[in-house]
Design a protein around this ligand. Structure first.
Ligand SMILES: [Ca+2]
Ligand SMILES: [Ca+2]
Ligand SMILES: [Ca+2]
Length: 348
């Protein structure tokens, strides 16, 4: 009997050792060679747009403007004309999941201990929040940022993507407005592997009743409903160059950060996440800048990339805010902080 137990213990020990070896092997897929120094004359800004698929939203088909007959390639070119090469125009990604994929004329280096790039948005703080003790917020519409290194050096984003783990990826309860959002009845969880599908509307609404039941959506958490059309923006809210009658977006869904501070639907404050997202913090503040070392793989494990060639940004919150419309990430550019000589330490 004792011998049997001993043998079993050995078995477990060997099994555990194997486990350790396997974990060790698992890290190897995430190692990369060092990159060349940034070439002379490289530009700090977006030089390529690979893809642009906004979700349903009040600025979809207008930022940038869709014109009849425009193809995906034509829309990508319009996005490049708006936000590439330091033009600082504006595009909108619509509701949750809508995305853009951009590239550069060099690899943005991952400098140890420093933030490496910044995604420019149009976030701002409220001037008249009725709650004078509230944390910073206003129009903070976080976009989740993904990065890829052109490992096979073919110039196209067919490599593994890694997500920048922003503050609510780590722990939503640490956001300064968390209790406020709970009180307001918001969904305050972070969902990895979230999926949402939007269905093309059969026609554009003409009555307020039809506007309330404009575009049907459902997610993989058992939620569904209608995206509403408002009276301010008359164009179709479903991306018109997409041929399919439904679109599914996948990603990490962040806690709903908007609270109606008036209590009457007239003053929505979209609160700021602490760090790590696009269109969430003022472009002039350090917390709008990103350290590539915040990247994690699909299992949520930290990876170390030598630099990034491609950046994908998608709207990270699924929330409608009355007359203000849905939470939608806007983008006006990306900046390589090292080329610009901007020196910002990473977070402690
Ligand atoms: Ca860095
Ligand atoms: Ca590639
Ligand atoms: Ca915005």
């Amino acid at each position: 009997m004792e011998r049997k137990i001993l043998r079993l213990t050995w078995g477990i020990a060997v099994f555990l050792c194997w486990g350790t070896v396997f974990t060790g092997c698992g890290d190897e897929e995430d190692t990369f060679e060092n990159i060349e120094p940034t070439p002379e004359g490289a530009t700090a800004y977006i030089t390529k747009v690979f893809d642009f698929v906004p979700a349903v939203g009040q600025f979809t088909n207008s930022l940038p403007e869709y014109e009849e007959g425009d193809t995906q390639e034509a829309m990508n070119e319009k996005v490049l004309a708006a936000i590439g090469n330091n033009k600082k125009g504006m595009i909108s990604l619509g509701g949750f999941g809508g995305y853009v994929v951009v590239g550069f004329d060099h690899t943005i280096a991952n400098v140890v201990g420093k933030r490496d790039f910044r995604v420019l948005g149009n976030a701002f703080y409220s001037a008249d929040n009725p709650d004078i003790n509230a944390p910073e917020g206003g129009s903070c519409e976080p976009g989740v940022i993904m990065v890829a290194y052109d490992k096979n050096q073919n110039g196209v984003p067919d490599d593994e993507w890694y997500e920048i783990a922003g503050s609510a990826h780590e722990n939503p309860a640490l956001e300064l407005w968390y209790d406020k959002a709970v009180t307001a009845g918001n969904d305050v969880k972070t969902y990895r592997n979230y999926e949402i599908t939007y269905y093309r509307p059969e026609k554009e609404p003409t009555t307020s009743e039809e506007r309330e039941k404009y575009i049907w959506w459902e997610d993989n958490q058992g939620n569904s409903g209608y995206k509403v059309k408002n009276t301010f923006h008359k164009q179709c809210y479903y991306p018109e160059w997409i041929k399919e009658d439904k679109i599914t977006f996948k990603g990490t869904c962040l806690p709903q950060n908007a609270v109606d501070e008036s209590g009457q639907g007239s003053y929505f404050v979209l609160y700021k996440f602490r760090y790590g997202y696009a269109d969430n913090e003022l472009n002039t503040k350090d917390e709008s800048a990103i350290d590539i070392d915040w990247a994690v793989n699909s299992k949520g494990q930290k990876v170390h990339l030598p630099g990034v060639d491609f950046i994908k940004i998608y709207t990270g919150v699924n929330q409608g805010n009355g007359w203000l419309g849905e939470c939608s990430t806007e983008i006006s550019g990306v900046e390589d902080l090292h080329i610009l000589g901007v020196d910002i330490d990473t977070r402690k």
